[in-house]
Design a protein around this ligand. Structure first.
Ligand SMILES: *Cc1c(COP(=O)(O)O)cnc(C)c1O
Length: 384
């Protein structure tokens, strides 16, 4: 089956996945976001404005760095797409700049966001400060304890951080709470969702805002053999894959072994869309478990479920131990301390290089989704 990463089908479908499973009260709000996004995305003025902020504010285009030392050791050509060098330290800013500009076009004065590790919350707070919008960020109580630095950054940027005490007190619950809050504030607030998840049009819209990663990378390296990225909700991977889906490149998404919705999930509905998600034997959403807070999500974006089902992309897992080794090896060999999330992609390359999965001589384009500053204290403390 040929898969294109263009517009989703009717109702926001990617094959049998996607859709808009939200309470009646949110249908008009989702429709308004869809209509505004369609109009903006067809408007050259919107693109000019977004491109301006990408270059003069976010530091785009990000470079493609040849990892020369690791390449020599592994017998491959490894190229790193450096989203860690984007403003606020990860690819999250790409999505948030787009959505904040959209919110402004829609006349909204507030952004509502969910966050896990805090990277999306920080990016949202950043864009809100830049555009003079208020920001309310929902964050699980447990994540607040684990990610104090990002909580402080958000408050410095003027955002209100709302602790979520329900359920497992992590990202899944923060997302529920943010959506509930949006119901009550739809006239004034835009829900700035952080990944390619949620009800239509979010999976499509967020992928389009992240497509800049893949489009730039295609210009920097037109014909890699393998394109690899880590997958939490799947936004950095979706943006990267979008640039190469029509080439012969093999697409590989790397999940945390403890959060592997693509490998061990079952079809189900979470946060407004149908996709694959981790469930217990009663169909209850199971908790994900990863050393990287940004990959601690029991679901995955619906377009990945479709890319996996069609065979166009392949999804693999790596363990926490492999991830910690990968962070250290990349730091020692290349002088780059990457985020634990991004290190999942690195770990797979370290394992697969020289095997039939990744033969010697391959050219590998790897999206390094973020920098590791936020994780250094966790690594310093040793294994949890
Ligand atoms: C949030 C985050 C991720 C996971 O999100 P995706 O939507 O899967 O891209 C990965 N890496 C970093 C650095 C992040 O901050």
């Amino acid at each position: 089956m040929t898969v294109v990463m263009d517009r989703p089908g009717v109702g926001g479908r990617f094959g049998e996945f996607g859709g808009r499973y939200v309470p009646e009260s949110l249908i008009p709000a989702c429709a308004a976001v869809e209509e505004a996004f369609r109009a903006a995305w067809a408007d050259p003025e919107f693109h000019r404005e977004l491109d301006g902020y990408r270059t003069t504010y976010a530091g785009r285009p990000t470079p493609l760095t040849p990892a020369r030392n690791l390449s020599a050791e592994l017998g491959i050509t490894l190229l790193l797409k450096r989203e860690d060098l984007a403003h606020t330290g990860s690819h999250k800013i790409n999505n948030v700049l787009g959505q904040a500009l959209l919110a402004r076009r829609m006349g909204r004065s507030r952004l509502i966001a969910e966050t896990g590790a805090g990277q999306h919350g920080v990016a949202t707070a950043t864009a809100a400060a830049l555009f003079g919008l208020r920001a309310t960020v929902f964050m699980g109580e447990r994540d607040i304890e684990r990610q104090r630095l990002n909580v402080f950054r958000m408050s410095m940027l003027g955002a209100e951080v709302v602790p979520v005490t329900s359920g497992s007190r992590t990202l899944k619950d923060a997302t529920n709470e943010a959506m509930r809050h949006w119901v009550a504030a739809v006239d004034d607030a835009h829900f700035c969702l952080g990944s390619v998840a949620g009800p239509h049009p979010y999976p499509w819209m967020v992928r389009e805002f992240q497509r800049v990663i893949g489009d730039e990378a295609r210009g920097q390296c037109p014909d890699p053999d393998v394109v690899v990225a880590c997958v939490g909700g799947g936004s950095n991977a979706a943006g990267t894959f979008a640039g190469f889906v029509d080439t012969p490149a093999r697409l590989v998404g790397v999940e945390a072994a403890g959060g592997a919705a693509m490998s061990s999930g079952e079809p189900g509905v979470l946060h407004g869309s149908r996709s694959l998600l981790l469930q217990d034997e009663h169909g209850q959403v199971a908790e994900a478990q990863s050393i990287a807070a940004g990959l601690d999500y029991p679901g995955v974006g619906p377009e990945h479920a479709h890319l996996g089902a069609s065979g166009r992309a392949r999804y693999v897992t790596v363990t926490d131990e492999e991830v910690v080794r990968a962070v250290r090896r990349l730091a020692e060999r290349e002088g780059i301390i990457c985020a634990l999330e991004s290190a999942h992609a690195v770990a797979w390359v370290l394992r697969a290089a020289g095997t039939p999965e990744l033969p010697t001589g391959s050219t590998v384009l790897l999206t390094l989704s973020g920098r590791g500053d936020k994780d250094v204290s966790q690594l310093m403390e040793g294994p949890r």
